[in-house]
Design a protein around this ligand. Structure first.
Ligand SMILES: [Fe+2]
Ligand SMILES: [Fe+2]
Length: 637
């Protein structure tokens, strides 16, 4: 317990006294919580996860944010200082993570950034402030990051101060970073949860994995001398030997993303900050590329380029940290097929639950040895929960994703969480992107963001589609523009339905105009292939229609269909499944198979007679000759 070995610690009685300011308009000058056994005293209003007593301070599991002092900054419990503020903590990090929090109150979601927090990214401390003085409609945060790393398992004294003019970050009594980017009072939207021991907002919940000794909030910006004295009061903590397991191991063994004709991304996560290097070899054993990342980190996204198109390679990752070295197993990948090369891909969606199903679908996909895996979103159930990625998604998707690169779109369950962007290595701006594979271009869309007129994304989509010269064009977005589902967009057993996602519907005219062949979606946990559509009319595919495929059968609980067929509804199946496609020489062979590998839908699209190109040109008032064999829009004389 505190006090016995370290008599200088503030006693619990004092803490209660310091809480006297609650309810008054004036924020208390200082509020301090200190570890007593397995608790922080004074106890916050909610204790959210298991807390195990440590020798010094409280040992926290890292799963979720353990202490929520108040759910919302606005609820009046907290009179949080805004003009002059100091956040302080004595902490020890056992396991660095991409985002970690110690004390603060933030919302950092997309472009809306408000609040204040003391935390860490990987093994670097940060102090984050969003202020009223920054001209940004929904707030912009400065993450002031210290260059000096925290020593894993050691106690550190961290302090962030803000006086309305400058932000300062102190580590073990010394200033390590300063910024004047923010000015004026701290900006709060009112939605910020005031938390201790985690990084917690609407999208994210990362608990501190390590130990927490003491935290404080002060309504003054302490000067360097006061901070040094506060560090000195307990400095013997900083010289205690580390109490942590620093065994280097794979948290996420290597997997593949973002295939290109000359490049591949390899993503890996390890247990302690490490340097990594990726060695890529030709099949004859000769080294084709070695890429090293020397800055120690737990999560690495390594882009290997300079490779040859449509070529098989072996790869291996070596991680070195804390005096240890580990090597991954030898794996393979194939770089992307170029124009004219045949290739195959598998499309799946909604692997968010039922791990056994996810594993069966992924194994079945791997059995087909596709070149590429396209994922229609809802990879995980909770995008901000690291364990959903490390314990569910990645293990169940193996060996598929360590041999076949994955290209996903964001589902609603990803919650736009930073972990999606950390783990997935994708072309800019990642939230949406396009890529080429063989004779196809894929347009990967964020269906959670506006696709309305003049939205940033619809402008991008229009220009990306216009710039595409690919034979085959596929759109992928999580929410289906068209679906015969029973109850997601109405209640078809008793009434009407909008028949699809209204925001996603915004893209259909562009898909029609630019000759997208198939639009893949997830979200509605079933399988559906519509008749080809232009507007809401069924038009044969080789006369220009767009086929909408819902492939949301990766594991999410199955949903149901309208009891009567829709006008556009064609093949439907209430089954876990995958879609398999092969493309060669103007022909697309499409199959859907269930989790037992039973084929339940087959389709062949053939462009060799040029009919689709002629019909599409005719819709634009352009007459082209249906010469055979040609499937180009421009006739060859
Ligand atoms: Fe889903
Ligand atoms: Fe969904």
């Amino acid at each position: 317990m505190i006090g016995s070995s370290m008599p200088m610690f503030v006693a619990v009685g004092t803490l209660l006294h310091l809480f006297g300011g609650i309810g008054s308009l004036e924020p208390p000058r200082e509020r301090r919580w200190t570890a007593v056994g397995a608790s922080l005293e004074p106890l916050p209003s909610e204790v959210r996860t298991d807390v195990v007593a440590g020798t010094h301070g409280i040992r926290l599991s890292g799963d979720r944010t353990p202490f929520v002092v108040s759910r919302r900054m606005e609820n009046g419990l907290e009179a949080f200082p805004r003009d002059h503020v100091t956040l302080e903590g004595w902490i020890s990090i056992d396991r660095p993570s991409a985002w970690g929090g110690i004390i603060g109150a933030i919302q950092d979601n997309g472009t809306a950034e408000t609040g204040i927090m003391l935390g860490y990214r990987e093994d670097r401390p940060f102090f984050a402030v969003s202020s009223e003085g920054v001209a940004d409609v929904d707030g912009r945060m400065t993450y002031l990051v210290g260059r000096t790393p925290l020593v894993i398992g050691n106690w550190h004294h961290l302090v962030g101060t803000y006086d309305g003019v400058s932000m300062k970050l102190f580590l073990d009594g010394e200033i390590v970073a300063e910024s004047r980017e923010q000015s004026g009072p701290v900006r709060f939207s009112g939605d910020e949860p005031f938390v201790i021991g985690g990084y917690f907002d609407q999208d994210e919940d990362f608990g501190l994995d390590g130990r927490l000794r003491e935290v404080s909030v002060l309504s003054e910006a302490l000067d360097a001398e006061k901070i040094r004295r506060r560090f000195e009061r307990q400095r013997e903590l900083a010289s205690l030997p580390p109490e942590v397991d620093t065994t280097l191991e794979w948290d996420v063994p290597p997997f593949l993303c973002w295939p290109a004709v000359d490049a591949m991304s390899i993503v890996v996560e390890v247990s302690v900050p490490s340097a990594v290097s990726v060695v890529v070899r030709e099949v004859d054993g000769e080294v084709a590329a070695t890429v090293s990342r020397q800055t120690p980190a737990t999560l690495h996204d390594v882009r290997v380029d300079g490779l040859s198109p449509n070529t098989k390679y072996f790869y291996q990752v070596v991680a070195e940290g804390f005096g240890q070295r580990i090597e991954s197993d030898l794996k393979t990948f194939r770089t992307a097929a170029g124009r004219g090369d045949p290739f195959t891909f598998v499309a799946i969606g909604d692997t968010q639950s039922q791990p056994a199903v996810v594993k069966r679908i992924a194994d079945l996909a791997y059995e087909t040895r596709p070149n590429l895996l396209v994922h229609a979103g809802d990879l995980v159930s909770t995008g901000g929960n690291r364990r959903h990625w490390t314990d569910h998604f990645f293990p169940n998707m193996r060996p598929l994703i360590e041999r076949v690169p994955i290209m996903p779109v964001l589902g609603n369950h990803e919650q736009d969480a930073s972990l999606y962007y950390e783990y997935m290595s994708l072309p800019e701006p990642e939230r949406w992107y396009a890529f080429s594979y063989g004779d196809a271009d894929f347009f990967m869309i964020d269906g959670n963001r506006s696709l309305g007129d003049q939205s940033e994304q619809i402008d991008w989509l229009e220009s990306a589609l216009a710039a595409s010269d690919a034979e085959w064009k596929f759109a992928v977005l999580h929410q289906p523009p068209w679906t015969s589902d029973s109850d997601d967009y109405g209640d078809t057993f008793v009434g009407g339905s909008r028949r699809g996602d209204p925001n996603a519907r915004n893209i259909t005219s562009l898909l029609e105009e630019h000759g997208v062949d198939i639009c893949f979606s997830g979200h509605v946990h079933d399988y559906e292939r519509t008749f080809p559509l232009i507007g809401d009319e069924v038009v044969p595919w080789d006369e220009g229609g767009v086929i909408y495929v819902t492939t949301a059968g990766g594991g999410g609980s199955l949903e149901n269909f309208d009891p009567a067929n829709t006008v556009f509804g064609h093949r439907k199946a209430r089954r876990h499944h995958l879609v398999y496609c092969g493309i060669h020489d103007g022909i697309l062979e499409f199959q859907a198979m269930d989790e037992q590998g039973r084929l339940f839908d087959v389709l062949t699209l053939d462009k060799r007679d040029g009919r689709r190109a002629v019909a599409r040109a005719a819709r634009r008032g352009v007459e082209i000759s249906p010469r055979s064999p040609t499937w180009r829009d421009a006739p060859v004389d």
